[in-house]
Design a protein around this ligand. Sequence first.
Ligand SMILES: NC(=O)c1ccc[n+]([C@@H]2O[C@H](COP(=O)([O-])OP(=O)(O)OC[C@H]3O[C@@H](n4cnc5c(N)ncnc54)[C@H](O)[C@@H]3O)[C@@H](O)[C@H]2O)c1
Ligand SMILES: O=C(O)[C@H](O)CO
Length: 326
Amino acid sequence: MKPKVLLYKRIPEQALAKLQAQCDVVSFDGIPHSTEFYRELADAQGLIGSSAVINHPLLKKAPKLKAISTISVGTDQFDHDYLASHQIPLMHTPNVLNETTADTIFTLIMCTARRAVELTNMVKQGNWTSSIKEPHFGTDVHGKTLGIIGMGRIGEALAKRAHFGFDMPIQYCNRSRNMKAEHTYNATYLDMGNLLASSDFVCVMTPLTPDTHKLIGANEFAKMKKSAIFINASRGKVIDETALIEALERGEIRAAGLDVFEVEPLPADSPLCQLNNAVLFPHIGSATAETRLKMIECAIDNLINALKGDLSKNCANAHLFINPTD
Ligand SMILES: NC(=O)c1ccc[n+]([C@@H]2O[C@H](COP(=O)([O-])OP(=O)(O)OC[C@H]3O[C@@H](n4cnc5c(N)ncnc54)[C@H](O)[C@@H]3O)[C@@H](O)[C@H]2O)c1
Ligand SMILES: O=C(O)[C@H](O)CO
């Protein structure tokens, strides 16, 4: 008998057919919290979808769950303690989105430095009345120092672009040294305080965990150069958004490029929406047609493997299942 799987995201027909070939699939568009949804969840063995919060009360209503597969690399939306205590593997989609996400981050770097959105709006609103003068000048990207907080898979893809394409000296902090980044991209390992004080661009690329919650707040913005540009494409809660708004309003830093926010979608009345020096993307790090399809295919393979007991690839909580005697 095929395992029963609850899909909580719309996916293309072809990908759905692949999942249906191996699993008995019940589909929802998101998590409706309806009676019908919870009835189906009660005997589901697999769960696949993305971004919705999968917390303790929801997981308690899925007593037959054998594996979860998220169509994302980030896993902060899950209750990791519950998964650990119930030995439920959580599969995710690392690597397939590295290059696309690094492209997005570079777009934020370019747009903030060259004021691309602000000046586009000026043209569209009919306010381009004479040649651009100093008050509208941007700042160079090439040759400037890039500080990367979280030199993991995406951090490295960003470092590659900055080093080979833009001659940018790279410095980073991380949980441990990344020798590949040091050798290949000439990256320098620094403590956070020194990185913040000496970088022209500061880019955060850590996962959201209890350790990284509000990792960057008022003290950290105060350490940055007045000319620094701050970029966040990791998770909104890795920074103190109120402190960032204050730093931008007071001119403590030059600009910010953000793909992620404390609350998503970002409420239209957020003070960020009033700031010319904030470039705001609607969480599009991996949102190209090609990459989103790769993520879906990867997540389907991950779920099928996990339901067969194969956790050898892409298991985010693999440490729970390693037998120390193996
Ligand atoms: N905006 C988007 O659409 C988008 C797309 C992909 C990933 N992401 C986010 O980016 C995160 C990183 O993805 P990845 O694949 O590069 O992960 P990764 O695990 O390869 O890299 C994360 C790095 O952060 C470092 N780190 C963790 N805690 C730290 C701390 N306190 N201080 C300094 N460094 C720390 C780790 O050592 C690791 O090297 C994801 O977890 C996800 O939240 C966002
Ligand atoms: O974590 C991820 O993969 C991105 O944020 C897309 O959801």
